[in-house]
Design a protein around this ligand. Structure first.
Ligand code: GDP
Length: 298
């Protein structure tokens, strides 16, 4: 099992200050509420979510004197409340192979996440096969092979530029023949030509359904948390291209302010299956709402 180094942006905390017990309390008035809203917006939470979180915090407390420590505790519990329903690991089914389609823009961390997940599943005793479905990016295929070797999982590839759907079909056949528990299919992340990508993803789904009408059982969207509010529009886009069932948020170890996860949970309610907290194979942690909220508030 991976221990979760709490996603540690601490963005709000850095601005709110340390809130020592000796610090003076302040009356929660309109001006203070406004600066709280401002702060939440700056944390990448988006206006709508920021206003809601601030309003919930203020409810029944206007005119009361609050210390920084109290504000932080209230904020953390508001944030944790929003995050709790989405903190769910990727569901595993009895079906074999369970087909996991992995989508996301290039650079979001798809390849890395597939490698990390494959390693975790393998450690849990699952037999895993990976299909390098981004056949137009030779570098992506090579990178996935490196991850496959690290994770001890076979990676099926096809000649550069060949049809990803036919690779997916072959991978499905192999996974079935070998009795694999999981088949993870990488996909292209070229958003420049959306129509093209939509057709490519639809075709992959169509052919694997010839083998199992319930496949794919999961469609994971990988999002880079450092892209901030951009992650919201990526969810909107990819939901039009594929039947996204869950999210993996990468790069929470870096400069990400983290608030975007709150916005995502608030707006879409899609489960956050895991978070990427580094570039190494074990740097994938379950999403823990309380740890996250505490870290965000700092
Ligand atoms: P892809 O194009 O979506 O397949 O993205 P990659 O998996 O190749 O990742 C792009 C870059 O992000 C690589 O340099 C990865 O090492 C890095 N990366 C991926 N996940 C994480 C993460 O959780 N934390 C950090 N710090 N870097 C990550």
């Amino acid at each position: 099992a991976v221990t979760a180094p709490a996603a540690r942006p601490g963005f709000l905390g850095r601005i709110l200050g340390r809130g020592t017990p000796a610090a003076p309390r302040r009356v929660l008035d309109d001006a203070m509420l406004e600066s709280l809203e401002e702060l939440l917006i700056q944390s990448d939470m988006g206006v709508e979510t920021a206003l809601r979180v601030a309003a919930n915090l203020a409810e029944g407390r206007m005119g009361r004197k609050l210390s920084v420590a109290e504000i932080k505790t209230l904020l953390a519990s508001e944030i944790a409340r929003i995050m709790e329903p989405v903190a769910r690991p990727m569901p595993l089914y009895a079906t074999t192979p369970q087909v996991v389609l992995v989508v996301g823009v290039n650079g979001s961390g798809k390849t890395t996440t597939i490698g990390k997940l494959a390693s975790q599943f393998r450690a849990a005793g699952k037999k895993v096969v990976i299909a390098a479905g981004d056949t137009f990016r030779a570098a992506a295929v090579e990178q996935l092979q490196v991850w496959g070797t690290r994770a001890g999982v076979p990676v099926m590839t096809a000649p550069e530029g060949s049809d990803p759907a036919s690779l997916a079909f072959d991978a499905m056949t192999r996974a079935q023949e070998e009795g694999a528990d999981l088949l993870m299919i990488d996909t292209a992340g070229r958003l420049q030509n959306r129509q093209d990508l939509m057709e490519e993803l639809a075709k992959i789904v169509r052919v694997i359904r010839k083998k199992d009408p319930a496949a794919p059982h999961n469609t994971l969207l990988v999002l880079d948390a450092t892209t901030g509010q951009n992650a919201l529009s990526q969810v909107e886009t990819f939901r039009k291209l594929a039947d996204v069932s869950g999210l993996v948020m990468t790069k929470l170890d870096g400069t990400a302010k983290g608030g975007v996860l709150v916005a995502l949970a608030d707006r879409f309610g899609l489960p956050i299956h895991a978070i990427g907290v580094g570039e190494k194979i074990d740097d994938l942690a379950p999403f823990d709402p309380e740890d996250f909220a505490r870290a965000l508030v700092g």
